[in-house]
Write a protein that binds this ligand. Structure first.
Ligand SMILES: *Cc1c(COP(=O)(O)O)cnc(C)c1O
Length: 455
């Protein structure tokens, strides 16, 4: 064997892989966790060390890492018909069945589905649909897209422009015409003496003022996650969607619900829009759509957008868009099984049943003097670290408090994610009560240790 080449998993990973969304100084110091397999909610690395993954991978592995039914669904479809596209009037039987099923489980009385390989591509595709409609319907100036600060809609050029995070400035993004409204996080952005209702009204007024200032006929759509996920698990302020939807309707602006995280049970219902009691014009789905067992995204159009897309496509005889693997038969077979497991085999109920224990655990840890608030919905939650609880003053960013908490957890066999000054938890729905207790115990120990170091 040559001795001038890296020879550990960690060294080989760093030598040949370019990392995304990874704090490199941390990796250089701590090494990469190289994984071989999973067992229920646990993942196992090349040293045989087990970690309870309190983030379900990236929100998506809701059925854990070794679900026999999902694996079999994929294997059987690989054996039957391992791949095909959905162009030129051909598509697999699995694709037909999944579209039918997605419309059936959607909040829409009827609709149509289009497939991508990811959530980013699904948001990108939705924007292209809105631009396509604008062109086709003689309103080509209707191109601007409204989203919110702290929104996460993905990483492709368009979806990154929709994402409301400062890191996209390193790419010179957002593109022009992507406008970010305020983040509806009352605890952080509410003004002194402002009630939550007043805060929500202020958010709604900002939306209407923006629409009027830009010109209603220049705006193609408004995209929102029911609960902002990668922005730090931020549920909307009370009555938010009830306040913004009538304004959007008044100006003919479609409301697109980005359900990439919320969809399929995370917030306690099939869709986040159900949890917050609104019916959008379209739904963007990915992540738990296949329980993370296959890359796939889907756009589910409600009746009005479905009809308009059909008419616009008929007018030029096609919708000139699609990915080679759109509606991949294996992905569709896996998604059909995932939906079945979540909706008919008790996984969604399990998520609902676990929620009180999850909330109680978060609330207990939030008693810590360095936790400013806990927030969440269903089985997604966050704890926000603060230097001073009364004034909500954050820790100095240089202390990297949340990274240190997450790294300490990793040392003790728990994976959780630092997001800004928060720690995010979104366990798989198959987690047991005992495993949930393990999650909170390990996190509590890490909080104590890190706050003692930085206080
Ligand atoms: C993860 C995510 C996306 C992007 O999905 P990818 O599959 O990573 O491209 C889009 N929207 C939301 C709400 C997400 O959480």
């Amino acid at each position: 064997m040559r001795d001038d080449v890296p020879n550990s998993w960690e060294a080989r990973a760093e030598e040949y892989s370019l990392y995304g969304f990874t704090d490199l100084p941390s990796v250089h110091k701590r090494g990469t966790v190289v994984l071989t397999h999973g067992e229920g909610p646990y993942i196992v690395d090349t040293h045989g060390k087990r970690y309870l993954d309190a983030n379900s991978g990236l929100w998506n592995m809701v059925a854990g890492f070794d679900h026999a039914g999902l694996i079999a669904a994929g294997q059987e479809q690989f054996a039957r018909f391992p791949g095909y596209h959905a162009f030129f009037g051909r598509m697999s039987d699995q694709t037909v069945m999944l579209s039918e099923r997605l419309v059936e489980v959607s909040p829409f009385p009827r609709g149509k589905v289009f497939y991508t390989n990811s959530g980013s591509e699904a948001n990108d595709t939705m924007v292209k649909m809105l631009w396509f409609l604008a062109q086709s319907e003689g309103k080509p100036e209707r191109r601007k897209i409204l989203t919110r600060v702290n929104a996460y809609h993905g990483v492709t050029v368009v979806s990154a422009s929709m994402t409301g995070k400062p890191y996209n400035s390193v790419f010179g993004l957002p593109l022009p015409g992507f406008l970010h409204l305020s983040c509806p996080h009352y605890w952080r952005f509410g003004e002194q003496d402002e009630t939550e209702e007043q805060f929500t009204q202020r958010m709604a007024k900002e939306l209407e003022d923006t629409i009027l200032a830009e010109g209603p006929d220049t705006i193609a759509g408004f995209f929102a996650e029911p609960v902002q996920g990668a922005g730090g698990v931020i549920p909307p302020s009370k009555g938010y969607f009830q306040a913004v939807q009538p304004i959007l309707k008044k100006y003919g602006i479609p409301l697109i619900s980005d359900e990439v995280i919320c969809g399929f049970g995370r917030t306690g219902n099939t869709w986040g829009c159900e949890t917050y009691d609104f019916v959008p014009d379209a739904i963007i789905s990915s992540k738990a759509l296949t329980a993370g067992y296959f890359p796939m995204g889907a756009i589910i159009l409600g009746p009005e957008l479905a009809d308009r897309m059909q008419a616009a496509s008929e007018a030029i005889e096609e919708f000139p868009h699609g990915f080679t693997a759109s509606g991949h038969p294996v992905g569709c077979a896996v998604a059909l099984k995932a939906i079945d497991i979540i909706m008919n085999e008790g996984l969604a109920e399990r998520a609902r049943a676990l929620t009180p224990r999850f909330e109680a655990g978060l609330a207990r840890l939030a008693e810590n003097p360095n936790i400013g608030e806990w927030r969440g919905k269903g089985l997604m939650g966050a704890l926000e670290a603060v230097k001073d609880k009364a004034t909500k003053t954050p820790f100095d960013g240089k202390l990297s408090v949340s990274e240190r908490i997450a790294n300490t957890c990793t040392d003790h066999g728990l994976i959780c994610r630092p997001l800004g000054q928060s720690i995010v938890l979104c366990p798989p729905f198959i987690i047991t009560e005992g495993q949930m207790d393990e999650m909170f115990e390990k996190l509590e120990a890490a909080l104590k240790q890190v706050f003692a170091e930085v206080a």
